[in-house]
Design a binder for this molecule. Structure first.
Ligand code: CAA
Length: 400
C-alpha cells in the first residue's frame, strides 16, 4: 500500500474543541432517546437477544439512521462530528443499539453516498435514513476475515450485463432483518483486490437466503447471521461504483465505519466509567469510601486518561473525515488510531469498572458484566486491533 495522502495537515491546529449549535442539537436528541427509550430496555434486549425494532424506528424518525445523509435523501444532513456525538450517546445507553446505528450510517449509507449513482441514493439511502428499512454490509466470509481479498463469493457476468451471484457471507451485522445489503463479490478472481465488485442486494429477491444466527457473547440485541446466495441475479444497474473497484469501496467505507466503532467504544467506556465513579464515592470499606484508597484512585486516573484520549482521537478522526470531503485525502490513519485507542480503552475501562464493583460487577443485576461482554467486539469487527496496527504502521512507514 503506498503511503496515504492524509487529510491531516500537520502545520495546522487539528482541532476546534467547541461544538456548534447543530452538533449540540443532534447530541441532545440522541441523548434524550438514549436515556428515555434505549437505556431502560437494554438489559431486556441483551437477555432475550431480540432485535429492538421499535427503538430503531424511533431513532430513524429522529434522523439518527442517516446523520450525515443530506436532507434530499431523507437524512439529517449533519457532519461527521455530529455523527460521533450522537453515537457516543446511544452507545452509552446500549452498545448493541449503537452497532445497528453504526452499520446503517457508516457502512451502508456512507458507501452509497460516496460511490452510488443518483437513482441508487434515492432508492436505498432514503429508506434506511428514514428508519423504514435496515441495511447491512457483506464483506466477511467463513474463510476470509482480515484477509478480505481471499473472498470466494463469485459474481459471474452474463451476456446482458447482469451478474449471477453464488456464495456465502458470514458475521453479517443486521443480516437477519436487513432489507438491503451492500455485497462484495469476486468478479475476476485472477485480479485479486482489483477483481472485486460491490453490488446492491435486495433481500426480498429469489436466490437470497439467511443462514444460522450467531449466538454472540455481547451486543446480543444486534442480530448477526450468515447469508447465502444461490443463483441470485443482480441487474447491471445494481453495481455500486465501478466493476473491479469493490475493494476500494470496502476499504474506504471501513475507514468511516471505524470512526463509528471508535465512537461506540467511547460511549460504552463512558457508561462504565461513570458507574465506577459513582460506586467508589458511595461504597464503603474499612470505614471509608473505597475511592479514598490509592489502589482505586490509580484505577480511576488510568480510566479517565484512556477515556479522554479515546474521545479526543475519535473527534479528531471525524474532523479528518470532514477535511477529506474538501481535499479528497484519506483519513485511514486517523480512523485506525481512533478505533484502536478507543476499543482498547473500552476493554480496559469496562474491566476496571467491573473489578471496582467486585461481586456486584459480576452479577447480571448490574450492567457492568454486559459492558464488559459488549466491549470485546470493538477490538474485533471492522478490522481487528492487529489490522488497525497494520494500517497505521504501513501508512506511517510507507513499507508493507
Ligand atoms: N481507501 C481506499 N483504497 C484503499 C484503502 C483505503 N482505506 N486501503 C487500501 N486501498 C486500496 C489500495 O490503495 C490498493 O489499491 P492500488 O493497488 O490501486 O493502490 C488496494 O486497495 C489493495 O490494498 P492493499 O494491497 O493494501 O490490500 P491488502 O490485501 O494488503 O489488505 C488490509 C489491506 C488493510 C489488510 C485490508 O484487507 C483490511 O482492512 N482488512 C480488514 C477487513 C475488515 O476490516 N473486515 C471487517 C469486516 S466488516 C464488519 O466487521 C462489518 C460489520 O458487520 C460490523
Amino acid at each position: 500500500m503506498p503511503p496515504e495522502v492524509s487529510a491531516h495537515q500537520p502545520d495546522r491546529c487539528p482541532m476546534d474543541f467547541s461544538f456548534n449549535e447543530e452538533q449540540l442539537m443532534i447530541q441532545d436528541v440522541a441523548r434524550r432517546i438514549a436515556q428515555e427509550k434505549i437505556a431502560p430496555t437494554a438489559a431486556h434486549f441483551d437477555q432475550t437477544g431480540e432485535f429492538p425494532s421499535e427503538n430503531i424506528r424511533i431513532l430513524g424518525e429522529n434522523g439518527l439512521m442517516g446523520i450525515e445523509v443530506p436532507s434530499e435523501y431523507g437524512g439529517a444532513g449533519m457532519d461527521p462530528v455530529s455523527y460521533v456525538l450522537a453515537m457516543i450517546e446511544i452507545a452509552e445507553a446500549d452498545c448493541a443499539h449503537s452497532t445497528i446505528v453504526s452499520v446503517n450510517n457508516s457502512l451502508f449509507c456512507n458507501g452509497i453516498l460516496k460511490f452510488g449513482r443518483e437513482d441508487q441514493k434515492q432508492k436505498y439511502v432514503r429508506a434506511i435514513a428514514e428508519g423504514k428499512a435496515v441495511g447491512a454490509f457483506a464483506l466477511t466470509e467463513p474463510q476470509s476475515g482480515s484477509d478480505a481479498t481471499a473472498m470466494r463469493c463469485r459474481a459471474v457476468k452474463q451476456a446482458d450485463g447482469s451478474f449471477v451471484v453464488n456464495g456465502k457471507k458470514s458475521w453479517i451485522t443486521s443480516g437477519p432483518v436487513a432489507d438491503y445489503i451492500v455485497l462484495f463479490a469476486m468478479t475476476d478472481p485472477d485480479k485479486g483486490a482489483k477483481g472485486i465488485t460491490a453490488f446492491m442486494i435486495d433481500t426480498s429477491k429469489p436466490g437470497f437466503h439467511r443462514g444460522k444466527t450467531e449466538p454472540k457473547m455481547g451486543i446480543r440485541a444486534s442480530a448477526t447471521c450468515e447469508i447465502e446466495f444461490a443463483d441470485y441475479v443482480v441487474p447491471a444497474e445494481e453495481v455500486l461504483g465501478k466493476e473491479g473497484e469493490g475493494f476500494k469501496v470496502a476499504m474506504s467505507v471501513l475507514d468511516a465505519g471505524r470512526i463509528g466503532i471508535a465512537s461506540q467504544a467511547v460511549g460504552l467506556a463512558k457508561a462504565a466509567y461513570k458507574a465506577a465513579l459513582a460506586y467508589v464515592q458511595e461504597r464503603k470499606s474499612f470505614g471509608q469510601p473505597i475511592g479514598s484508597f490509592q489502589m482505586i484512585q490509580a484505577k480511576i486516573a488510568d480510566m479517565k486518561c484512556r477515556l479522554d484520549a479515546a474521545e479526543i482521537l475519535t473527534l479528531r478522526a471525524a474532523w479528518a473525515k470532514q477535511e477529506s470531503e474538501k481535499t479528497g485525502g484519506r483519513f485511514s490513519t486517523e480512523a485506525a488510531v481512533a478505533k484502536l485507542t478507543a476499543s482498547e480503552a473500552a476493554m480496559f475501562i469496562t474491566h476496571a469498572a467491573l473489578q471496582i464493583h467486585g461481586g456486584m460487577g459480576y452479577s447480571k443485576e448490574m450492567p457492568l458484566e454486559r459492558y464488559f461482554r459488549d466491549a470485546k467486539i470493538t477490538e474485533i469487527y471492522e478490522g481487528t486491533s492487529e489490522i488497525q496496527r497494520l494500517v497505521i504502521a504501513r501508512n506511517e512507514t510507507g513499507l508493507r
